[in-house]
Design a protein around this ligand. Structure first.
Ligand code: ADP
Ligand code: MG
Length: 591
């Protein structure tokens, strides 16, 4: 086209598109899931804006919040249209080509090794999956703030944008036209499409219509006018109602399978894995809301890499069933940002801006309750895991059918998200004790397995006051430590903390159930009764000489110790100083 402006795709995006277009990936259906999800997001956005300004919806058909899918067998075009927020020219350039999402290169790498495209939606590049089935794609879009534009690309490294002077005006929204490849003609079959739409729209809150006629301009749904030319119209509003019901359902009536499906759709996690746990509840009182929380089966790769830089909120906020935002940081603290879920509140006002909502006092109450529920949910994973109760009497574990499924779940949780619990102990003083209960570690007595503070306490020797621990880079290294000699010989249990974050953790975790923590490599270790007064006296000259022999700014004191067995002497850190391990960590800046 003459007036088209040409752009090059950002390098990562271009690589991604190459891989997609050359992919032999078999499940090409997923492109439809991504398009429906984008259409639904766009409709959510305009509906949200309309809460404060009705005008934005426009009049007549333009105001209908719906999705239409059209099949043109002659031209081999499948198109999907929404009356969502639309894209301005600038949006088209940025969103569909020149700005790569942060996870793009990670996803490209992953795909090159696994070839599995299913997770594309999670990486924020779902749109490009259209090139699984099309070799040429047009995106026509009209945003309230701009004219109508056409974006087009053959996935050859470039795209073009032109002001649209030849298509029908859209009113508002976006139409995506897929020029299907020869081998993807099956997507022009209504039956195939109907089946897919059904599958992918289960949790979509807008009606979806399929138009299979050539005369696509006719905009009367078949159930209103039987004589019109459409061969088929699938009104998906029935499944919209279904979803309404689901949310109203007593949580007890929702099956595990339904929760799992809902989780997959919510988290865009199509790995087919079950979430590790979920909690579905209604909060009553001053602030009323319903919520569903999920613990994903796996942590995203970058969960801790970007922990301090980003605030990834993973909860969707609804007010009286209207989607408001999935970018509210106020709903959960950072350390719980690995959870997925949604909150629907009746208490929050509907007709205010996002900024005003963000500042609403009810959010504090909601947050508080969500944290409680989340920690309860995690605690239950442990309680229901038969592995966790080994060593205790097994009376509480009743349901043996469940046992197999629940077995090892807490270890799985811990391996994926344990660090989040530790960060929680550091950050959340209010819930520190609850979080400490969830802590797992190995110890001199845990026999290669994970153990808890409660289990440690149950094994404490009579007369033992403190909880002993030692920090270092690995369990193997720590097991050889001279600091453990006497403690081991006297049969005291010592916790191994080997994660760099553990040093920080122990600066915040001072006590648990009335017991103090004692780093066995630090000053202040008391094992049983102190009987070294005489020893102190008789070695007084030696310790004095020794201290003088060492440069005084390197060593504070030389003392008689009762912590050793074979090793003649050991360097101990003062109570408030950094442990040797902390020095090591600070030098390597591992956190
Ligand atoms: P994601 O949906 O995760 O953001 P996508 O690759 O699916 O990633 O889409 C990229 C962006 O393109 C979206 O964030 C949105 O801004 C824009 N977009 C895609 N489809 C539409 C649409 N139908 N209407 C409006 N904007 C859209
Ligand atoms: Mg998307």
């Amino acid at each position: 086209r003459n007036n088209a402006e040409k752009f090059e795709f950002q390098a990562e995006v271009s690589r991604l598109m190459d891989i997609i277009i050359n992919s032999l990936y078999s499940n090409k259906d997923i492109f439809l899931r991504e398009l429906i999800s984008n259409a639904s997001d766009a409709l959510d956005k305009i509906r949200f804006l309309s809460l404060t300004d009705k005008e934005v919806l426009g009049e007549g058909d333009t105001s209908k919040l719906e999705i239409q899918i059209k099949l043109d067998k002659e031209k081999k075009i499948l198109s999907l249209r929404d009356r969502g927020i639309g894209m301005t020219k600038e949006d088209l350039i940025k969103n569909l080509g020149t700005i790569a999402k942060s996870g793009t290169s990670a996803f490209v790498e992953k795909m090159q090794s696994s070839g599995d495209l299913n997770l594309i939606g999670q990486f924020g590049v779902g749109f490009y999956s259209v090139y699984l089935v099309a070799d040429y794609v047009e995106v026509i879009s009209k945003h309230n703030d701009d004219k109508q534009y056409v974006w087009e690309s053959k996935a050859d490294g470039a795209f073009a944008i032109s002001e649209d002077t030849w298509n029908e005006p859209l009113g508002r929204g976006t139409e995506i036209r897929l020029h299907l490849r020869d081998e993807a003609q099956e997507y022009l079959e209504e039956s195939k499409l109907k089946e897919l739409v059904k599958k992918y729209s289960e949790f979509i809150n807008f009606p979806i219509y399929i138009w299979a006629s050539k005369e696509v301009d006719v905009e009367v749904p078949a159930d209103e006018d039987e004589s019109s030319d459409e061969e088929e119209t699938s009104d998906n509003s029935s499944s919209e109602e279904e979803e309404d019901e689901d949310a109203e359902k007593n949580p007890k009536e929702v099956t595990d399978e339904e929760y799992t499906k809902f989780y997959h759709s919510l988290a865009k996690d199509f790995s087919e894995e079950k979430p590790l746990a979920w909690s579905h509840f209604t909060a009553e009182g001053d602030v009323e809301f319903k919520a569903v929380l999920f613990v994903p089966p796996k942590a995203p790769q970058d969960l801790y890499e970007s922990y301090y830089n980003t605030n990834k909120a993973n909860l969707k906020l609804y007010v009286r069933r209207v989607f408001i935002s999935d970018e509210f940081d106020e709903l959960l603290p950072k350390y719980l940002s690995f959870l997925k879920g949604l909150v629907d509140s009746d208490t929050l006002p509907l007709n205010v801006s996002r900024e005003m909502l963000q500042a609403h006092s009810s959010l504090k109450t909601i947050k508080k309750k969500l944290i409680r529920k989340a920690l309860d949910m995690i605690r239950k994973i442990a309680e229901e895991d038969p592995d966790e109760s080994s060593g205790k009497d097994d009376k509480e574990v009743e349901n043996s059918v469940d046992d197999d499924e629940k077995k090892g779940q807490y270890t799985k949780f811990w391996n994926e998200f344990g660090k989040s619990i530790k960060l929680g102990i550091i950050e959340d003083a209010t819930n520190r004790n609850r979080l400490a209960k969830l802590l797992r570690f190995e110890s001199t007595k845990s026999d290669g397995k994970l153990t808890s503070l409660d289990q440690y306490i149950s094994r404490m020797k009579s007369g033992q006051k403190d909880i002993f621990y030692i920090t270092g880079s690995s369990k193997e290294q720590l097991e050889k430590s001279p600091f453990l000699e006497r403690l081991k010989k006297k049969n005291y249990e010592v916790i191994f903390f080997t994660d760099p974050v553990d040093e920080y953790l122990m600066q915040y975790l001072m006590d648990y159930e009335g017991k103090q923590f004692q780093n066995v490599s630090k000053e202040g270790l008391k094992i049983g009764k102190e009987k070294n007064k005489e020893l102190k006296e008789s070695f007084k000259e030696l310790t004095k000489w020794w201290k003088n022999a060492l440069a005084s700014d390197n060593v504070d004191e030389v003392k008689i110790s009762n912590r050793l067995d074979n090793t003649p002497c050991v360097v101990v850190t003062s109570k408030y100083g950094w442990s040797a391990n902390m020095e090591r960590i600070m030098q390597s800046q591992t956190l």
